[in-house]
Design a protein. Structure first.
Length: 323
């Protein structure tokens, strides 16, 4: 296993380097001059001031030289300096990343637990009204745009019922501490986490149902029934465990994309994560901040994919590690 992990890490470094180079050139060829944007915000637009800004942030150097400087900085964990926020990019991301991880991991757990539970029930009662209700509900959540679910959640649970706060990470000015702070953050977390979780829950529900119905037809399940094992044991030990592998594969793909894919949800709910930070950097032409967020998101995808490969072994011990 150690050899497998080491090989994957080495490959991941090369993949991350390729992503950094590609993103660097894609952002640089985008229209708009960040120096001109900064000069406009400062109330000065003369050519001399713009040139001074370009020299200060190394925007006057050739692109290959800019790329070399940036890659060298990333290798030493220096993601550059945000000219718009006037702060190191690594510090900005470090401040926002915990909020994003809290949101995405909670949403991921909700989607997996609900998806596998409802998928198992749908497969258990296939062809009945319960199966139809679960399948239709999953399809409805999958087809409904996330931003619409987010807005309707705010209108229902915050505006009309007043049960949950409508935006933010915590109550501004409340200065809660201890359990009161945990409860406050949890209340703010419910709606954005459920908004993301319900969308992916629909995918896991359908995948679990289809996979379990396929496994039920295999010979070893028929043999287990012929031996007189109880149906609950067959469903849990034989059918569900073997049906989980495709779900784990899909969850591994989603777990990486969740980190950088919460831009819309974080914007609607004013959640202070890196998704919202990415959106702000895009509007402000903040190249270094954009690249920094891309690097962190790419690294998280690679890490989650490696973890997924390791989880395969736990789900099915017959799978061997291979590079």
């Amino acid at each position: 296993m150690l050899s497998f992990v080491a090989q994957r890490i080495v490959k991941g470094v090369f993949v991350l380097l390729a992503i950094i180079v590609m993103n660097f050139f894609l952002i640089r060829i985008a229209p708009g001059d960040p120096a001109a944007v900064m000069a406009g915000e400062a109330g000065a637009s003369d050519a001399q001031f713009v040139q001074q800004l370009r020299e200060k942030f190394s925007l006057d150097k050739p692109l290959p030289e800019q790329l070399f400087i940036y890659v060298k900085g990333v290798a030493s964990l220096d993601l550059g300096f945000s000219f718009r926020q006037q702060m190191p990019v690594s510090k900005l991301i470090a401040e926002r990343l915990p909020a994003t991880l809290l949101l995405t991991l909670t949403a991921f757990a909700i989607s997996l637990i609900l998806g596998i539970t409802f998928g198992t029930l749908a497969a258990r009662f296939a062809g009945t009204w319960a199966d139809t209700a679960i399948t239709v509900s999953a399809l409805l959540f999958y087809a409904t745009p996330i931003f619409w679910v987010a807005l309707m959640s705010i209108l229902l649970f915050s505006v009309y019922l007043g049960w949950l706060p409508s935006f933010g990470y915590e109550t501004v000015g409340a200065n809660y501490s201890g359990l009161a702070h945990v409860k406050d953050v949890a209340l703010h977390l419910i709606m954005p986490a459920m908004t993301i979780g319900l969308f992916f829950m629909a995918t896991y529900t359908r995948m679990t149902r289809a996979s379990m119905l396929e496994v039920k037809r295999l010979d070893f399940v028929k043999t287990a029934r012929a031996k007189g094992l109880r149906d609950n044991i067959i469903q849990r030990r034989h059918v569900l465990r073997n049906a989980l592998l495709p779900v784990v594969t899909l969850a591994g793909v989603h777990s990486g994309t969740l980190v950088g894919g919460a831009v819309l949800t974080e914007t609607v709910f004013a959640w202070p994560g890196i998704g919202r930070l990415l959106y702000e950097a895009l509007l402000q032409r903040d190249y270094n901040l954009l690249l920094g967020v891309f690097v962190v998101c790419s690294a998280m995808v690679l890490i989650f994919n490696l973890v997924t490969d390791l989880v395969y072994r736990l789900v099915d011990p017959r799978i061997e590690f291979a590079s």
